[in-house]
Write a protein that binds this ligand. Structure first.
Ligand code: P6P
Length: 340
């Protein structure tokens, strides 16, 4: 996209400032925070795109708070993002998948709290499959107060002031929303800038792709089993059978769903009774983006973004994507709901 006045590309920095100018009372702090994340994303992208050459692939030998082996690139991404957020004294606290508790930054007066999944899908790093960074931004409950606690960070997704992701794929793409629609930016490595590629992105109301790890079929509830069977039945009137696509990297699967329509599912199961994906730094931010694009995101009961969190690392089932596809899976979940 080009700026109609100057007929030249619009960078992420320019776009953020133009968007901020629409809010007369804006202090510029959220804009600076988004620019800081954009800077860290460029640095991470550079390392991801040459990981095979430098000694940064593979595991670093430690495990994270969830007992998952940590990749060297995970740690690199975590460090870059926290360092960028620490620079501008706007963020008081970071909660990251790579850290057990909250990371208090040097700026205890900062008014923002940032949740991070620094490098989601890291199991794909060594096989060169797309991975992503996810961020979710809240205002602290008691701005200016000295006390910082986990309670400050336990807020439902509807309280997010901004959210987004960076997808390190065939190109590096950044998507974010501040509640005024979804904007997409593509990194031009030749100039080291994120260039605006789409604004006010809308997800198709119905899609013909379903995305779920069918290897876990045996451990699902009956409603989801029946829904997947529905997707596989031939019915030209509803464009079925649907295509199955599953990358195993949530940012990549959800971004494809945003662009093509359809549904991404990570359900509860006998293996993961509360689902595998994290509410605060995977599901809430991606739900904010998909809802802003006109889609839906639910757990087995209702809206993901209305869940009142009880812990910063809690998990949730998620059914996210085009409105018609999510409403259809909900029909099956309700019809076959396990006896409570
Ligand atoms: P499974 C990656 O490890 C991740 O956290 C998400 O990015 C992805 O959607 C999911 O787990 C994949 O999990 O069990 O299908 O390998």
């Amino acid at each position: 996209m080009v700026d109609r006045k100057t007929n030249r590309v619009i960078t992420l920095e320019e776009y953020i400032i133009q968007a901020q100018n629409k809010f007369p009372g804006a202090t510029g702090e959220l804009s600076q925070l988004l620019r800081d994340i954009g800077l860290a994303a460029k640095i991470i992208s550079r390392e991801v795109n040459k990981a095979g050459i430098t000694n940064i692939l593979g595991e670093d030998g430690s495990t994270n708070v969830h007992g998952e082996s940590v990749k060297k690139l995970d740690l690199f991404a975590d460090r870059q993002l926290i360092s960028a957020l620490n620079r501008s004294e706007i963020t008081c606290m970071v909660i990251s998948e790579e850290n057990d508790g909250i990371v208090e930054l040097d700026n205890d007066g900062g008014k923002y709290i940032v949740y991070l999944d620094p490098l989601d899908g890291s199991s794909n790093i060594d096989v060169n499959v797309s991975i992503g960074s996810i961020f979710s931004i809240y205002m602290r409950k008691k701005p200016g107060s000295d006390e910082l606690s986990e309670d400050d960070a336990l807020q439902p997704g509807v309280k997010q002031v901004a959210a987004g992701y960076v997808l390190y794929g065939s190109s590096t793409l950044m998507a974010y929303t501040t509640g005024l629609g979804v904007s997409l930016f593509t990194l031009d490595p030749s100039i080291g800038e994120f260039i605006l590629s789409d604004t006010d992105v809308k997800i198709p109301d119905h899609g013909t792709i379903y995305s779920v790890n069918e290897g876990s079929y045996h451990s699902w509830d009956k409603g989801l089993k029946q829904y997947v069977k529905y997707c596989q039945v031939e019915d030209p009137a509803t464009k079925r059978p649907y295509k199955a696509r599953y990358i195993g990297s949530m940012v990549a699967d959800v971004h494809r769903t945003l662009i093509t329509g359809g549904i991404f599912i990570y359900p509860n199961s006998s293996q993961y009774p509360n689902g595998k994906l994290r509410l605060m730094y995977e599901c809430n931010p991606l739900s904010f983006l998909i809802e802003q694009a006109g889609g839906m995101a639910i757990d087995c009961e209702g809206r993901i973004m209305e869940i009142n969190p009880e812990s910063i690392h809690q998990r949730t089932p998620i059914f996210i994507g085009s409105k018609q596809n999510v409403l259809k899976v909900k029909e099956f979940l309700d019809e076959y709901a396990p006896e409570s």
